[in-house]
Design a protein around this ligand. Sequence first.
Ligand SMILES: [Zn+2]
Length: 79
Amino acid sequence: MSDCGCDKAKANIYELLRGELCAEESAPIREHLEHCADCQGEESVCARLTDAVRRACEEEREGAAPADLRDAILRGLPV
Ligand SMILES: [Zn+2]
């Protein structure tokens, strides 16, 4: 199984999910993920982690927003 691309795909999944790979780099990895259940499982774990980290960052930014802007957002007003 050493030539299936799993090592390369798994080594680059975080970069892929964070959009840090150029199209040329990400294309073969995306293609591999489509055919490899093992790497799909790895990808979904990484995706959940990446998502959790992004949400934590967004909550931090929201906390730093001016109070009136935060109020407007909470009331659904156009900002
Ligand atoms: Zn694989």
